[in-house]
Structures are given as structure tokens and as C-alpha cells.
Design a protein. Structure first.
Length: 345
């Protein structure tokens, strides 16, 4: 059966695994009291949002994005749009603050086929809220173009210490070093970026080639209502597994790995949303290569739903079937060359 929204009155403590498992508070404010409605996808007449690569942002783009983030950070701490409340949503769904409805089984959107759709909605509402805060209904968030050689670095705008995009918890050794998809925690920086870039492109290329006809390998394996996300046969897709590397690479090398290296805190770092922008873009590229077909026709996937606060502070129930493509949510990725499509191993 499809996943249904949890009982909102039953939010409980979540678990942070590091340095040893302990309870943390990740419940959204007033969830128990809010009334939920079904999500209505935007109309084709609504303005289109165009997400651009972070490393290509010009000064005006940066100023606008910074202004929006600064406003979000300045909201009262218990406001559902507050920057840290928005970050906490990730903890809610990632660190087990809810049980699946009428069960004692935790709700988890990582490590299974919900990874991509859940994060698509998460970014979508974050973007809409930011746009609303600065009164711009075409506002779009940047993506970290880590699949292009020039994008395989932390985008510069996140490294300005005076910017609201800055986060002092990142691994400083990586401020100017090339991102290595084979990075393992604490490994030294590569001396020559060239072979690293080549290898990254090859890894992407084979990842797409190997999974093109096997969505469960790219997207993640099924998790159905009532199944335990840690003990069932579910598994993350290759897209998620690769994305974990960037989390570790940006975050610090010491436990508890706050912010980016720990799911409890990852979304406190603004670069999280640029990273996930590109993860979402990978799904879009994958989906386009397959002729925009649903990756799974199984209603257990399509009819599963998640809850979010929308840009009107309304709690909405969002079904996987309503976010098959960026276009269906009225945004697109600004076309960038895809340098790895011809990089066959
Ligand atoms: Cu919800 Cu990058 O993880």
C-alpha cells in the first residue's frame, strides 16, 4: 500500500546517530493543530522558475538570493517558514520524528524510492517561500552543477564569510579543492584535479548507462506502507549513494559531522539546497532520457504522499504522482552542457 501522511499529533523525538544515538527534537511547530489540504499543482499559466547553476550566478543573482535567505533567517523562530524550521523538516523525515500511520514503524524517505520525489517537493516549497519573502514569483534557487568540470568545486558565493549563504562548519580543506566522487572521509586533497574530473564524468556516465532501464537502481528500491525502512529489502538508488559523497565532502571530518555530514543538521547549510537542486536535476535528466515516463507505474509509489507547509502557511498533502517532472511544478533547469554523456568507460 502507498505511504500516507503520519498522524500529525504524534510527532515524537527523532534520533541523531552521532557520536552515539541520542534523541533530538525535530517536530514542526503546531503540526498537531494545523488543518491539511491536498496539494494542487501549479497551473501552466503560473510563471516559470528557471534554476541556474550556482557557479554562473552574477552579482545581481547573488544579491537576490542572499536577500531571500536573510529574510528567511530573520523570521520568528517558531514560524513555519523560518530558516531553521525549514531545515528541521529534513530532520523530521530523515531521523524518524514520525511513525507511519497506525504503526510503530518509522517514516523514512531516505534509502528507498521516495528519496527523489520527497526532496523535489522539499526544494519546491523552500523556493516558493523564498520567492514570497522577496515578492518575486519567478524567483528560482541555484543548483550546484557538480557534474560539470567548472562546477566540481564549492560554488564561490557560499564561501563569502559575510554572506548569509556562508556556513563555518564546512571542511575548510575543500574550499578550493576539486570534488572527488570517490572521496572517503578525511582523505587528502588530490594533487592533480584533471584525473579526478575525468573519473567523476566517467562515474556519472556509467551510472546512467547501467540504470537507464532499471529505475529501482537509480531511484531506490520500493518501500511500502508498513515496511520497516531499516530491515526491509529496500535500498538507496545510485543517485542517492553518490549524493551522500557530497554531504561528507562538504561537512567536517569529525563526529557529529554537523552540519552537512549529518542528516539531522544537513539542511541548516544553504549549500544543501544547491546540492539537492543538482540531485533533482539528475532525476530530470534521467527522466528525459527515458522519454518522461513514470519511473514506477506502481500505485504504491505514485499514490504515496508527504506533507509540507506551502507558501501560504497551509499544510498540504503532496502525492508522488503530482511531481513527475520539474515542468509539472512550473520550474526548469537552465540547460547546461552535459559533458559526461559521451564519457563511456
Ligand atoms: Cu535528505 Cu541530501 O538528504
Amino acid at each position: 500500500a502507498p505511504l500516507t501522511p503520519p498522524d500529525l499529533t504524534k510527532c515524537h523525538k527523532a534520533t541523531d546517530e552521532f557520536p552515539t544515538p541520542h534523541k533530538v527534537d525535530c517536530c514542526p511547530p503546531d503540526y498537531g493543530k494545523a488543518k491539511m489540504v491536498d496539494f494542487t499543482p501549479p497551473s501552466p499559466k503560473d510563471p516559470l522558475r528557471i534554476r541556474k547553476a550556482a557557479h554562473k550566478y552574477n552579482l545581481d543573482d547573488i544579491a537576490k538570493f542572499e536577500a531571500a535567505i536573510a529574510k528567511m533567517k530573520a523570521l520568528p523562530t517558531n514560524h513555519p517558514w523560518n530558516y531553521y524550521q525549514q531545515a528541521t523538516i529534513h530532520c523530521t523525515y530523515c531521523n524518524g520524528a514520525f511513525d507511519q500511520l497506525n504503526t510503530k514503524t518509522l517514516l523514512q524517505v531516505h534509502g528507498n524510492w521516495f528519496f527523489l520525489p520527497w526532496h523535489r517537493y522539499y526544494l519546491y516549497f523552500w523556493e516558493k517561500i523564498l520567492g514570497k519573502l522577496i515578492g518575486d514569483d519567478t524567483f528560482a534557487i541555484p543548483f550546484w552543477n557538480w557534474d560539470a568540470p567548472k562546477g566540481m568545486y564549492m560554488p564561490l558565493m557560499y564561501l563569502n564569510e559575510k554572506s548569509p549563504l556562508f556556513d563555518g562548519t564546512r571542511d575548510k580543506r575543500h574550499y578550493k579543492s576539486v570534488l572527488d566522487y570517490r572521496y572517503s572521509m578525511g582523505a587528502p586533497n588530490p594533487t592533480d584535479p584533471k584525473p579526478v574530473v575525468t573519473n567523476n564524468l566517467e562515474m556519472l556516465s556509467s551510472m546512467f548507462k547501467e540504470t537507464l532501464n532499471l529505475p529501482a537502481l537509480f531511484m531506490g528500491k520500493p518501500l511500502r506502507a508498513g515496511e520497516n525502512p531499516t530491515t526491509s529489502t529496500t535500498a538507496p538508488g545510485s543517485c542517492e549513494t553518490l549524493h551522500n559523497v557530497m554531504h561528507q565532502w562538504v561537512g567536517p571530518t569529525t563526529s557529529p559531522y554537523w552540519n552537512m555530514g549529518n542528516f539531522h543538521t544537513a539542511a541548516r547549510d544553504t549549500i544543501f539546497f544547491a546540492h539537492h537542486g543538482n540531485v533533482d536535476r539528475m532525476w530530470d535528466i534521467y527522466n528525459n532520457s527515458r522519454g518522461q515516463r513514470h519511473e514506477f507505474s506502481d500505485p504504491d509509489w505514485l499514490d504515496s504522499s508527504f506533507i509540507f507547509y506551502d507558501e501560504n502557511e497551509q499544510l498540504v498533502n503532496c502525492k508522488v504522482r503530482d511531481c513527475p517532472t520539474p515542468q509539472s511544478l512550473r520550474y526548469i533547469y537552465h540547460p547546461e552542457p552535459i559533458p559526461w554523456t559521451n564519457n563511456r568507460r
